[in-house]
Structures are given as structure tokens and as C-alpha cells.
Design a protein around this ligand. Sequence first.
Ligand code: PLP
Length: 420
Amino acid sequence: MNEKHVPFKLSALKEIVEKYPTPFYIYDEQAIRDQARLMQKAFAWMPGFKNYFAVKACPNPEIMKILKDEGFGADCSSLPELLLSEKVGITGEDIMFTSNDTPPEEFQQAHRLGAVINLDDIEHIDTLEQSVGIPELVCFRYNPGEGRTGNVIIGEPKEAKYGVTRDQIIQAYRTMKQKGVKRFGLHTMVASNELQGSYFVETARMLFELVVELKRTEDIRIEFINMGGGIGIPYQPDQDPVDLFGVSNGVKALYDQIIVPEGLDPLRIVFECGRMVTGPYGYLVSQVRHVTEKYKRYVGLDATMANLMRPALYGAYHHITVMGKEDAPHDELYDVTGSLCENNDKFAIDRKLPEIHRGDLLVIHDAGAHGYSMGFNYNGKLKSAELLLKKDSTVQLIRRAETIDDYFATLRFEGSGVEV
Ligand SMILES: *Cc1c(COP(=O)(O)O)cnc(C)c1O
């Protein structure tokens, strides 16, 4: 069980809402720091442990600065994400560039910053060589195919567009060695939002075995394995978070059994988790516009799936707290919707909640990762603000809400005021 906690009271929220109209995202700085520290502590034995925070999960420089401060790097998959990292002072091998279907200019930017380049495919070797030459250090993303099973968000590995296959992986390293690469890493990401700790222990086993095989058959020494992201979070109140210490102990046992006897210790072990770092500590706050009775009962919010698309995209559960009614009986059944002309614009379907009225403030939980960043502008909806609830309980605006001017800024038409 995990208690669904809101880090502010209704009275404090009302003050925030007076200054920053709903909807908005708000992130809890202290909780994010605590979570980062827990991860550092759980994996402290791992040689050179680092979590490269997956920037796409929460691409806000203030959040990235907090995580840099806690010792994290950045996992980037696009040019703007690389630039965000540079802006907050994360450079060099503190950046993992894990992209796919990558254009030359992104390899150039990654190379300029000295990032670790993680290749998604053998075809990309050419693109890399033509755009920046052959770097000293290269990593490949491995896709084990039938070797592993995935889950609903990422799909089965054999159906996934990512990574180098089992048949290609040895040759891929051999080719890079022949081309003069001196340092090697090995990456995989086979699950997303996975709550079973043993899954990650098995991933470590798979990578350790490949490290040994590459040493034995190709005399290639892998200097780090990157376990990817994908550590899940308990979106449902009856779920438990992943036991990081359990994962850590399981990986340690395999390290001692597989890596140490081969003389391959130290082998650095790194992750690129996003969701588990910020997910539970970001909230989408929205106000009720209407409560309507049709064939079902609907709560209409001022947020839409354009603010948070996970429920519509994956049928994902996001817990909802009706502020000030936490202890009221949850015996009303509602669909909680937005205002898009799109019937799957729903945050919850058939959810038991306390009786809701116009003007109530709703907090949608676990929106701190893959929330704001997946937002879009369909139906002319504008992106919301992002706020940071600081350690001292003050609130800082870390991204203003979009305006109509922002919406019009990219349009070119006669009368737009911009030369066509
Ligand atoms: C999305 C992604 C991550 C982060 O995943 P989380 O589920 O947020 O931990 C890490 N690495 C790669 C390659 C990804 O695509």
C-alpha cells in the first residue's frame, strides 16, 4: 500500500491558485531530492553508479538542476534535450545520448558536448561516422528479442523498434573495435513502468552474460552497463514501489557470481530512470467547471488530456484527490473529463469519489514524469504552467503558461502581422 499524499493543504493551494490559475503542474522539490538520495543509497555499492535522468520525463531546467545537484546525469534523446542539459551544466560523459532513428545534426551536437553516444542500430554506425567520425567511446542498445518479455507500455522486445538484435550485437562491437573505438558500453531497456524488482535483476544477468561473452570471444572489455530506465511507480494506491535495495542485492549477487570471477570487476553500472525519480512527486492541479448528469455523471475539469495524456493513451490509472474532501465518503461514481472534442479525453472512468461541486480543486497524482512533456495543442489548448514547491514551502514559477500569442507565433497568414 502507498498512501496517496498531497504535499499542501487546501488553504495553501487556494493561495497558489489565486496567483497561478489552474490548470498547472506542481513538483515537490524535497520529495524529488529524497527519492534521488534513496536511489544513490540503494545502489551505492555499484562501481561508478550514476542515474542519467531521462530528460523527456520532465524536461524542465529547474528540475534538472536539482537532480544534477543530487549527482545525476542526463539521458537525452533529441537535440533540444541535449541543449537543455548543456544549459544546466550537465556535459561530457554525464550525458547519455540514447536516441533512435537519429539525424546527423544530433550526433554532432552530442559529440560536441562529449556525451556518451548510445547507438540504437548498426545502420547508425555509418551516420555516426559520416557526421562526427568514430568516437573513442561507443555504446550499443541491445534488444534481446525473444530472450525477454516486455510489458504493456513498451511492448514485447521482439516487436520493439529499438536496439541491436542478438544476431547483430557481437558483430556490431567487432566492427566498432576494427574502426578504432577504444572504450565500450552496453545498454538495454526492455521494460517500462515495471514494478517487479526481479525483472531488473534478470536484466543485469542478461547484460553481465553478454559482457563476459564479448570479453571471451572478442577480447572487448565493456566498461559500463546501462540498465536503462523503466523502474515503475505505484500509480494505484494498492501497489507498492519497487524495492530498490532488493534489486540492488540481487544485482550484487550476480555481479559477484558472473563478473568478478572473470576478472571484469570493476564494471560500472548505471541507469537512466525518469519516471521513478519525479513521477510520484508531480501533480496536475485542476478546477471543476461543471458537474453534469447525462447517461453517466461527468466532472468537467479545466485540464484536458492535452495536459496529461497517459489515461487516454494507455488507459493509465492516475489517483485523484478532491481537495478538502479527503475524508468524505467516496460513494459517488464519476467520469472525470476534460473539454476536448474527443471522447477519450478522460482522466478517470467510473471512479468512486466524494460528491463534487463546481469550483472544487482536484489533484491528479503521479503526473511528475511523462506528464507535462507529453502535452500537445489539439483543439487549441494551451500548455499549462509548471510550479516548483520549494523546500521552504514557497512556490516558484518554473514555466509560465502558454498564451494565445504563443499559439499564434508560428502561424503565417495574411493579416498575421508577420511577413508571409
Ligand atoms: C523513456 C526512456 C527512459 C526513461 O524511462 P522511465 O520509464 O521514465 O524510467 C530511459 N531510457 C530510454 C532509452 C527511454 O526511452
